[in-house]
Design a protein around this ligand. Structure first.
Ligand SMILES: NC(=O)c1ccc[n+]([C@@H]2O[C@H](COP(=O)([O-])OP(=O)(O)OC[C@H]3O[C@@H](n4cnc5c(N)ncnc54)[C@H](O)[C@@H]3O)[C@@H](O)[C@H]2O)c1
Length: 454
C-alpha cells in the first residue's frame, strides 16, 4: 500500500486526468497558441453555431486547443455574428465565413469536421440532428433540449449516423470531479456508504434579473421577421429565452442540469422517483418557477439514497453552487469552484494520514475552538467532522477539458471515448424533465422504464 498513487503532484494531476491535446500547458493568456494551418491534413475544421455569451466562453477555450481551424460562424443576430467573426479573425488572422442560417451554412461549407452548438436550448435538438445527419461531429451545450423528445432525437441521430456527439456537461471532464469519483469514491471508498446527497445553485436577485428587450442600441436589434422565423416573439424573448416555457426548461434545467447530472454520474444510477415543489415566490410574472426544491430517490447496489436539490434565484445563501455526497465515513462537497470543495471525515472513520502523505488530500487547519456557550447541549452533539481539502484547482478555463476530450475523440478514430456522449447525457438528464411536472401537480412521479428511455 506504500506504492505512490496516481495523482501525487499537480503536474501529474493535470496531465494524467485530461484526455487530449494541450494538457499541462499554462493557459489563459490570449493567443499563446498559433492558429492551425487550414491546409494541413491534421487540422480539424470547425463551425461555431450561436456566438452569444456561452459561444464566446467556448471560443475562448477553443483557441487554446491546437490544430483547430474556425471555418464558419453562424448566428441569427447580425451583431453577434459580426462580433464572433471578429474574434475568430483576430485569433487566426483569416476570416471565417459568416451565416445567419444553419441550413445555408451546411449547404455551402465543404470540408467541415465538427460543429460547436451554443444556441438557446430549444434549438439544440434541431441543430444537432441536422449537423450529425450532415456527417459532422457535434459538441452541443447542455441541457440537451427543452423537451425530452428533442433529447431523444439527438441520441437517435448520434447512433444512426455513428458521428460523435458530446453534451456540454463540462464537469464530466473536470480533473477534480474525475479524481474524486475514480480515486476517492470508487477507489478508496472513502465515503463508506453514500446515503444522502445535497446540492444547490442559489443565485442572488441581482444575478437573476430579466435583462429586458427595450431601449437597446440599434445595432443589436434583430429585425422582427428574423426573430419570428427563428421562434422568438420579440427582443425580450430573444434576450431572455430562459424565462419562457416554450424555449427553456427554466432554472431546474438551466442550472440544475449541471448538478443533477453529477448525482447520477457519481452514483452510477438513475433515480426511481422525484418529488418536487416550486413557485413564483418573488418573480411573480415569470412563466417558469423562480425557486424549485426536489428530492430524488435511488436504489443502488449499496442501498437507498435520497438526493435533495434546490435551485433558488432569489438568494445566494449557502455559498452558491455545489454538490455534497454524504456517506457513513465521509462527506465530499464538490464544486467547479475549488474553494467551495472540501472533504470531511466522520469521527470513528479510518484515519486518512496515508492519503494525506500521498498527496490525495490536504489537512485543513483546525478551526479555532468556540468559547464555551451557555446554551450548548453537548450530550446530543456528534463530534464535528474533521475537514480536509480536495486536490487543487487546475489552470484552465472550466469548459476547456471537456472540449479537449471532444476534439481528442474526433482525432482519435475511436480510441478516445467521449466523457459525456448524448446517450449518457440522456440517461442522466431524463429525470430532470419530470421535476417541473411534479412541482406543478404537487405529486411525486415514480418513473417507468419508458419515461427514462430513448
Ligand atoms: N455549460 C455551461 O456552463 C453553460 C453556461 C452558460 C450557458 N450554457 C448554454 O449555452 C447555450 C447558450 O446560452 P447563452 O447564455 O450563450 O445564450 P445567449 O442568448 O447569450 O446566446 C445564444 C446565441 O445563439 C444565437 N441564436 C439563437 N437562435 C439561433 C439560431 N436558430 N441559429 C443560430 N444562432 C442562433 C443568438 O443570436 C445568440 O447569439 C444555452 O444552451 C445554455 O444553456 C452553458
Amino acid at each position: 500500500m506504500n506504492q505512490p498513487l496516481p495523482f501525487i503532484n499537480r503536474r501529474d494531476f493535470l496531465s494524467k486526468t485530461i484526455a487530449g491535446t494541450g494538457a499541462g500547458l499554462v493557459l489563459g493568456a490570449p493567443n499563446i497558441l498559433r492558429a492551425a494551418d487550414p491546409g494541413s491534413a491534421d487540422t480539424i475544421h470547425v463551425a461555431l453555431v450561436g456566438f452569444g455569451k456561452q459561444g464566446e466562453v467556448l471560443f475562448n477555450c477553443l483557441r487554446n486547443i491546437p490544430g483547430l481551424h474556425f471555418q464558419a460562424v453562424c448566428d441569427i443576430s447580425a451583431f453577434n455574428l459580426k462580433w464572433g467573426m471578429g474574434q475568430v479573425r483576430a485569433f487566426q488572422r483569416s476570416s471565417p465565413k459568416g451565416y445567419a442560417d444553419i441550413d445555408d451554412m451546411l449547404a455551402t461549407e465543404k470540408g467541415l469536421d465538427a460543429v460547436v452548438v451554443a444556441t438557446p436550448d430549444f434549438w439544440h435538438s434541431p441543430h444537432t440532428v441536422k449537423c450529425l445527419e450532415a456527417g459532422l461531429n457535434v459538441y452541443c451545450e447542455k441541457m440537451m433540449s427543452n423537451t425530452i423528445d428533442g433529447a431523444r432525437a439527438m441520441v437517435k441521430a448520434m447512433e444512426k449516423t455513428g458521428k460523435l456527439c458530446q453534451i456540454g456537461h463540462q464537469r464530466r471532464s473536470n480533473p477534480r470531479y474525475r479524481f474524486v469519483l475514480d480515486h476517492l469514491i470508487n477507489g478508496q471508498k472513502i465515503c463508506g456508504q453514500i446515503v444522502n446527497i445535497n446540492g444547490q445553485w442559489n443565485r442572488s436577485l441581482g444575478s437573476s434579473q430579466d435583462i429586458g428587450g427595450e431601449k437597446l442600441h440599434a445595432s443589436t436589434i434583430v429585425p422582427d421577421d428574423v426573430l419570428n422565423k427563428y421562434g422568438f416573439k420579440d427582443m425580450h424573448q430573444f434576450r431572455n429565452w430562459r424565462l419562457y416555457l416554450d424555449l427553456s426548461g427554466g432554472p431546474i434545467s438551466d442550472l440544475g442540469a449541471h448538478q443533477i447530472d453529477i448525482f447520477n454520474w457519481f452514483l452510477g444510477a438513475v433515480p426511481k422517483s422525484v418529488f418536487a415543489s416550486g413557485g413564483n415566490d418573488y418573480f411573480k410574472k415569470r412563466e417558469h418557477f423562480d425557486n424549485v426544491m426536489c428530492i430524488f430517490d435511488y436504489d443502488t447496489p449499496q442501498g437507498g439514497v435520497r438526493a435533495f436539490y434546490q435551485v433558488l434565484t432569489t438568494t445566494s445563501a449557502g455559498g452558491g453552487f455545489w454538490e455534497s455526497f454524504m456517506g457513513t465515513e465521509a462527506t465530499i462537497k464538490i464544486s467547479e469552484i475549488a474553494s467551495s470543495s472540501a472533504i470531511y471525515r466522520e469521527d470513528g472513520a479510518p484515519p486518512w494520514d496515508k492519503l494525506v502523505e500521498r498527496g490525495f488530500l490536504k489537512r485543513k487547519p483546525a478551526p479555532p475552538k468556540p468559547p464555551p456557550s451557555a446554551d450548548s447541549v453537548k450530550s446530543y452533539e456528534s463530534a464535528p467532522p474533521e475537514g480536509f481539502d480536495l486536490p487543487g484547482g487546475f489552470n484552465k478555463p472550466a469548459h476547456q477539458p471537456h472540449l479537449e476530450n471532444f476534439f481528442a475523440a474526433v482525432r482519435s478514430n475511436g480510441s478516445v471515448k467521449l466523457n459525456c456522449d448524448a446517450r449518457h447525457a440522456f440517461l442522466s438528464e431524463a429525470p430532470i424533465y419530470y421535476v417541473n411536472p411534479s412541482a406543478l401537480t404537487h405529486q411525486p412521479i415514480v418513473f417507468t422504464t419508458e419515461q427514462l428511455s430513448v
